[in-house]
Ligand binder design. Structure first.
Ligand code: AP5
Length: 204
């Protein structure tokens, strides 16, 4: 299946994309993770993207479009998380795909739930897997269950940067809800991880 997960920062896109990719046996592409890897490797894309990300702003469309297109190995099945984030990105994706996106899932998660979740989030410095000190702690303290790298607080998870990211979502990303109106399903993202996953599977 070709699926897009949409939703505000901290809505649970990365968490659900990982679970869906395992269940459906498709690849999970997260542009945030691709960009963080580029930053860690100090590539030209990473160096140019870092100031945007640290400030909570969007990286320019063409940079992200090129990065994702270079990464996709199989256009027939995927879960996209964090892309598209603007209507021009959605249009670029439609042009690039041999077969259209089948479903867009909107994780509708209230702001107060997001603020609480992001304050408790820790992210793997190696594979970017998301953890939560309250709702999804790692098996070994400070250590990723998947790759064993250390867990860190993301640079853009400071309260003032979260506010900028939420504003960018409202202004730049919300227009995509209209763009995808024929294939979008809204899911209550405030429920437990398992309940959200079950609701997504039902919608699919
Ligand atoms: P990105 O990495 O995509 O960040 P985001 O969209 O802000 O989303 P997050 O990763 O913060 O949250 P999430 O929805 O994945 O939630 P998670 O599952 O972690 O982008 C970062 C930056 O990169 C952007 O600001 C921008 O600068 C740049 N960028 C990326 N893509 C771009 C693009 N296409 N164009 C331009 N710029 C781009 O969950 C959050 C927490 O809650 C975790 O702790 C998790 O364990 C917990 N949790 C999740 N679900 C539940 C649940 N149901 N119950 C309880 N806890 C839960």
């Amino acid at each position: 299946m070709r699926i897009i997960l949409l939703g505000p920062p901290g809505a649970g896109k990365g968490t659900q994309a990982q679970r869906l990719a395992n269940t459906l046996n498709v690849v999970h592409y997260a542009t945030g993770n691709l960009l963080r890897t580029a930053i860690a490797n100090k590539t030209p894309v990473g160096l140019s993207a870092q100031p945007y990300m640290d400030g909570g702003n969007l990286v320019p469309d063409q940079v992200v479009i090129d990065l994702l297109m270079e990464s996709i190995v199989d256009f027939s099945g995927f879960v996209l998380d964090g892309f598209p984030r603007t209507v021009p990105q959605g249009e670029a994706l439609s042009i690039a795909l041999p077969k259209p996106v089948q479903k867009v899932i909107l994780l509708d998660t209230p702001e107060e739930v997001i603020v609480e979740r992001l304050s408790q989030r820790r992210t793997c410095s190696g594979c970017s897997a998301p953890y939560n000190l309250t709702t999804k702690p790692p098996k070994i303290q400070h250590t990723c269950d998947i790759c064993g790298c250390s867990l860190v607080l993301r640079n853009d998870d400071k309260p003032e940067t979260i506010k900028v990211r939420q504003q960018r979502y409202r202004e730049d990303t919300e227009p995509l809800l209209n763009y995808y109106q024929r294939i979008i399903s809204k899911i209550d993202g405030s429920k437990s991880m398992l309940e959200v996953e079950q609701a997504i599977m039902k919608a699919l």
